[in-house]
Unconditional design. Structure first.
Length: 115
């Protein structure tokens, strides 16, 4: 199983980014797919998730209204659209695939927001 995150970069405050998590070895529509972020020295933080059943979406308070998680089953990819980025959004963003018995993590993509 591989989860390849991409789309990060260095942007100014207020900009938008669209992160992608391309999965291989599993089908994203059969897993709950989520995005987390981590800053060095701090715990990993939940950002958003989309469930395998019904495609329900969940967001951290910090992401509500600014982020949208979506699933492209045809491309077996999950996206995270982030708008109105703030310097405090600077982190490594990584995706997670979780079922009842398994959990997979991918390598992250760096997002840096300058003020």
């Amino acid at each position: 199983v591989q989860l390849q995150a991409s789309g990060g970069g260095l942007v100014q405050a207020g900009a938008s980014l669209r992160l992608s998590c391309a999965a291989s070895g599993l089908t994203v529509s059969t897993y709950t797919m989520a995005w987390f972020r981590q800053v060095p020295g701090k715990e990993r933080e939940f950002v958003a998730a989309v469930t395998w059943s019904g495609g329900r979406t969940y967001y951290a308070d910090s992401a509500k209204g600014r982020c949208t998680i979506s699933r492209d089953s045809a491309k077996n990819t999950v996206h995270l659209q982030m708008n109105g980025l703030k310097p405090e959004d600077t982190a490594v963003y990584c995706c997670n695939a979780r079922s009842f018995i398994k959990s997979y993590w991918g390598q992250g993509t760096q997002v840096t927001v300058s003020s």
